[in-house]
Design a protein around this ligand. Structure first.
Ligand SMILES: Cc1cc2nc3c(=O)[nH]c(=O)nc-3n(C[C@H](O)[C@H](O)[C@H](O)COP(=O)(O)OP(=O)(O)OC[C@H]3O[C@@H](n4cnc5c(N)ncnc54)[C@H](O)[C@@H]3O)c2cc1C
Ligand code: SF4
Length: 469
């Protein structure tokens, strides 16, 4: 066992004593100068906060300047509107957006800095502790047409509801939430007049799925008609497409979260198919909705398979039935399509993809995969990727560097010919060899059809849904 030397022990004790004395001096100093120390600390933290806020403000201002320069300073659809008087400057909203840098802080107030990239997730609204954020359509200067809906998703026609993308709000999770909310409201208050069904649902995408499950949960009779097959737009996504979605909650089966909120189209469809089996959900496929009219307190609904009656109706038809066209010569040639389901079909081909949003960029990524040996050109109308998310932009730019895709900014199609395509970029006109054209220019809202059913279309100037009736 080691024996300590007596002088060593003494000197150690001596240094302890000196150390303790020094601590006592420091304590006495601190006690005598409490106010001074407090002021120094407050000053230090205030300074640190000011530096951080200054950095954030400079970054946010740069982003706004960029948005103005690239003409992406106008929101396209549902987006957050921040009340500066209520904003407490916590910054929560800037951290939760799945799309990245959409909101930033300017002088400790949240500001929308990347409006065109906002797709209306609504995470910011949920994260705000002071209710400073509301989700709105359009801006004070630019109106947006959307069907008249109450916050329960009921239209101006009593008993007729719209849920999902048809109401102007995209995303799978939003569609599910709205389908369940609309059905919950519709089924809570049923007429006593006789009808074949309590609820008729048009469309079996995520909104129609949630609405149908709500009817099962409430033990009410329902009919879900679908002109194609179960799954809606998701069923028509390209094979193995990576779907991004925050966790969603379906009636009966509860909340589903996929790891990292990313999963394949096939995984999502398999989950919904499993849900369909577990709950006994019934869908009348290959049955199109044609028209409806109100007879007394119920609806007479015309479908491609005959007429039925229902007490309430939910239109969950999405908007993909009417893709936006370019209006150029040759657009009706058979080589032109508005959807990509199976990229494997296209190998060794000269392909043009039109559209710089997520759908167009993802299609170009799939068609441009090295294994297919295609020659892919991606045409983007603006001068930057202002409508796709950061992940997609990074991937497509990396593919361009590898020579797998050619990106044409500020370009548009002039004409589509049998074996070629004419592209205009500023004043320069180029004709390219071409076998297939994929157009992803968004969708036309079927407002005329809705108006024929009596639904009013509102122009929203920075407003949310109407208050529930
Ligand atoms: C290429 C692409 C990629 C996308 N990626 C994502 C993503 O990663 N994450 C995300 O959250 N969202 C994504 N979206 C958006 C998402 O798919 C939609 O917002 C969502 O599917 C809308 O759901 P819905 O139920 O409102 O409509 P839909 O899913 O469009 O379903 C509507 C259904 O109604 C049917 N229907 C239409 N008219 C009639 C009629 N007259 N009679 C009977 N049936 C009818 C249609 O056949 C369809 O099955 C993407 C969209 C596209 C186009
Ligand atoms: S979450 Fe609300 S309070 Fe916090 S910065 Fe954003 S808008 Fe302001």
């Amino acid at each position: 066992m080691p024996i300590s030397h007596p002088t060593m022990a003494y000197s150690t004790r001596g240094s302890f004593a000196a150390h303790a004395l020094r601590n006592l001096d420091l304590l006495e100093f601190l006690l005598n100068h409490t106010v001074l120390v407090g002021l120094v600390l407050v000053g230090f933290f205030t300074f640190r906060r000011m530096v951080k806020s200054g950095r954030q403000t400079a970054h946010a201002k740069k982003m706004i300047e960029k948005a103005i320069r690239t003409q992406t300073h106008e929101p396209i659809s549902l987006h957050p509107d921040i009340d500066p008087a209520l904003c407490a400057g916590c910054g929560n909203c800037t951290k939760v957006c799945p799309e990245g840098d959409i909101l930033q802080m300017i002088h400790r107030k949240a500001v929308l800095v990347n409006p065109a990239k906002c797709v209306g997730h609504g995470e910011c609204e949920i994260a705000c502790p002071t209710d400073a954020i509301s989700l709105v359509f359009g801006t004070k200067t630019r109106g947006m047409d959307i069907p008249h809906l109450s916050s329960n998703y009921e239209t101006n026609v009593p008993g007729l509801y719209i849920a999902g993308e048809l109401g102007g709000m995209g995303l799978i999770r939003n569609a599910i939430k709205q389908g369940a909310l609309a059905a919950g409201h519709a089924l809570a208050n049923l007429a006593d007049e006789k009808a074949q069904f309590d609820l008729l649902i048009v469309g079996a995408g995520p909104a129609g799925l949630a609405a149908s499950l709500s009817a099962i949960a409430a033990k009410k009779s329902y009919l879900c008609v679908e002109q194609n097959s179960f799954g809606g737009t998701v069923a028509n996504f390209p094979r193995q497409k990576v779907v991004m979605s925050q966790p969603f909650s379906l009636p009966i089966v509860g909340t589903k979260k996929f790891p990292s909120n990313k999963f394949s189209k096939e995984e999502l469809i398999a989950y919904w198919e499993d849900t369909r089996k577990k709950t006994g959900l019934k869908i009348k496929e290959k049955t199109g909705f044609k028209a409806l009219k109100r007879v007394g307190k119920i609806f007479e609904v015309e479908t491609s398979q005959g007429t039925v009656t229902a007490k309430k109706v939910i239109l969950a038809m999405g908007v993909r039935g009417s893709p936006r066209r370019l209006g150029v010569p040759g657009e009706s040639l058979s080589k032109v399509t508005f959807n990509l389901i199976d990229p494997e079909q296209y190998q060794g081909q000269h392909v043009v993809v039109v559209g710089g949003g997520n759908a167009g960029v993802e299609a170009a990524q799939m068609l441009g995969a090295a294994k297919w040996k295609n020659k892919v050109h991606l045409l983007v109308r603006s001068q930057s990727f202002d409508r796709c998310n950061e992940d997609n932009e990074k991937t497509i730019r990396a593919m361009e560097k590898q020579g797998l895709v050619t990106i044409w900014f500020e370009s548009q199609v002039s004409e589509i010919r049998e074996t070629s395509i004419v592209i205009k970029r500023k004043e320069e006109v180029t004709e390219l060899l071409n076998h297939f054209v994929f157009i992803f220019a968004g969708a036309e809202m079927p407002h005329k059809f809705l108006m024929s059913l009596g639904v009013q279309i509102d122009k929203k100037f920075g407003e949310g849904l109407s208050k529930a009736a």
